[in-house]
Design a protein around this ligand. Structure first.
Ligand code: PEP
Length: 253
């Protein structure tokens, strides 16, 4: 059976103290979590050290992710954070290719390929986001767009490397908008992504975890997670409210 994952992307939200409180609340609620669901949180860089300590002190199984990383290894790159620094802070995952990074910071597939290789070489796992914009869906180009995002980055990996990648389908029109893809729309794209992966990595496609992201909340998570190819969620807004995040984690059948 495929692994199930729920990951919370905090984006540029919370102070360190608020983040610590949120982790306290989530770890308290985690007593009721299904141990077969891996829970990941991605706080801002500035919070990682403190939150890693809190998780460690509570012997929590919640894994830590970074929201981004540099595409260079080290050196004179003012303001950047390297994969080695993230590894040192106990990050197990790094979110890459989020639509906000692609759109506001001009991240191209070329840059993402450099980042994904660095993350994999450092022994961490990328959560690689793909997804189409509203106009692309409206002009029925969504499959083409997502296929290109996969081919330009994931197809360049070797199978053994790809085996460590988690994919997140995040339709851009659903992120932070309150507009969720229907479970059928999500399943249609997730199945398409799995087929695209199977074309290149036949040995790994069945085990690849594909998360849905885009206004996922307690009221729609169960329906989304009931679909065959939806293996969990990448959660933005709802991950900032411990009870909502916990309810989403408990939404698997
Ligand atoms: C996200 O940004 O990854 C996301 C899914 O955000 P939200 O849940 O707020 O739509």
């Amino acid at each position: 059976m495929r692994r199930k994952i729920v990951a919370g992307n905090w984006k540029m939200n919370t102070s360190v103290a608020e983040g610590e409180l949120l982790v306290d609340q989530i770890t308290f609620l985690s007593k009721d979590f299904d141990p077969n669901v891996e829970v990941i949180i991605a706080p801002p860089f500035t919070h990682l050290s403190r939150i890693a300590d809190v998780l460690k002190s509570k012997k929590s199984k919640i894994a830590l992710a970074a929201q981004n990383c540099a595409y260079m290894e080290s050196g004179a790159y003012t303001g950047e954070v390297s994969v080695d620094m993230l590894k040192e802070l106990s990050c197990k995952y790094v979110i890459l290719g989020h639509s906000e990074r692609r759109e506001y910071f001009g991240e191209s597939s070329e840059t993402l390929l450099k980042k994904i290789n660095l993350v994999l070489n450092a022994g961490m796992k990328p959560i690689f986001c793909v997804g189409e914009k509203l106009e692309e869906r409206e002009s029925k180009q969504h499959f083409e767009v997502v296929a290109a995002q996969i081919k330009e980055v994931l197809y360049k990996l070797r199978g053994v490397e790809f085996a460590n990648v988690v994919v997140a389908y995040e339709p851009v029109w659903a992120i932070g908008t309150g507009k969720t893809a229907t479970s059928d729309q999500a399943e249609e794209m997730h199945a398409f992504i799995r087929r695209a992966i199977a074309n290149k990595f036949p040995l790994y496609a069945e085990d690849t975890v594909i998360l849905y992201g885009g206004s996922c909340k307690p009221s729609n998570a169960k329906e989304l997670f009931s679909k065959d190819d939806v293996d969990g969620g990448l959660i933005g807004g709802a991950a900032l409210v411990a009870q909502d995040f916990a309810a989403i984690i408990k939404s698997f059948d």
